[in-house]
Design a protein around this ligand. Structure first.
Ligand SMILES: [Zn+2]
Length: 286
């Protein structure tokens, strides 16, 4: 799932490439992806792209006259910038992986695609991004929050730090992958309880959040955004590295599985060398 760094890189790429261009046509192939009906997609025609912004993990393509194409890429969605399209024929509903296409007046544009069968990519055409429910609920941006805000937000929610850090209403932008990396960098167990974290631990976690996200933004922007893949991140130390050595201490990266996700961590760096209980494995053993 694209998180703050990838969405930031996409917004940066669109600012460079699409701002100043006029929209020729906004085409919807996956009807279920468009969550709003007024204004209609035809309202985008003829408007100029004036900005591209990020709200947490949401991408906001701003058109003149206060029209916003707000995009949530969900788990398997991505934005592909095309220098040219092979055909001028409008997309046909229900065909292929492209959910939405925006054609610009220089012949370039972008496709939103979604892989897999679980379709959850969401597009909102709105005059005010704050009217998108997921955007309205967002907490302060995880990369922008200062230590006082960060501490206040983390302590506002009792629970396991992994869950609190990925709760978009607490802080916006961090998902499953970067929370694994942040907790590893902060040497904290993903199951540590937020109400028991000391001031020092929260300061370390805040610094780790800024560093991990900041480095990832730099790496993501450095790649050509058109080639950026949410799944193919570089520089990760524990996330999606189960069974591989921790680059910090050499211990084996372990995993805890849940119904539809998993987390990775290093026992030596994060849990005093003790493996965390994996409910799925415990069930098998029992
Ligand atoms: Zn380690």
């Amino acid at each position: 799932m694209p998180e703050l760094p990838e969405v930031e890189a996409l917004a940066g790429y669109l600012r460079q490439r699409a701002v100043g261009r006029r929209v020729d046509r906004l085409e919807i192939a996956a009807i279920s992806a468009l969550k709003t009906y007024d204004p209609a997609p035809t309202a985008a025609t003829g408007r100029t792209v004036t900005d591209a912004r990020r709200h947490g993990k949401f991408l906001d393509v701003v058109l003149d006259g206060d029209l916003h194409v707000v995009i949530h890429l969900a788990r398997a969605g991505w934005l592909h910038y095309r220098e040219a399209f092979a055909s001028t024929t409008p997309l046909r509903p229900g065909k292929g992986p492209v959910a939405l296409r925006v054609r610009l007046d220089d012949g370039s544009g972008f496709d939103l695609t979604e892989a897999g069968t679980q379709k959850s990519l969401a597009v909102y055409l709105v005059t005010d991004p704050a009217t998108v429910p997921g955007v309205a609920r967002l907490g302060p941006d995880a990369l922008a929050a200062d230590l006082a805000t960060f501490t206040e937000r983390l302590r506002s929610r009792r629970g396991q730090v992994k869950g609190v850090l990925t709760d978009q209403t607490v802080l916006a932008g961090v998902g499953n992958a970067y929370s694994d990396e942040i907790l590893h960098a902060a040497k904290l167990s993903p199951f540590a309880l937020t109400n028991r974290l000391t001031d020092d631990q929260l300061a370390t976690l805040h610094a780790a959040t800024r560093r991990v996200l900041g480095d990832a933004v730099t790496r993501s922007v450095g790649q050509r955004a058109a080639e950026l893949k949410g799944e193919k991140r570089s520089g990760l130390k524990v996330h999606a590295r189960t069974g591989l050595p921790c680059p910090v201490c050499g211990d084996t990266v372990r995993e805890v599985s849940f119904a539809d996700s998993s987390l990775q961590y290093c026992p030596t760096c994060q849990t005093g060398g003790k493996p965390l209980a994996d409910r799925r494995l415990s069930r098998l053993v029992r």
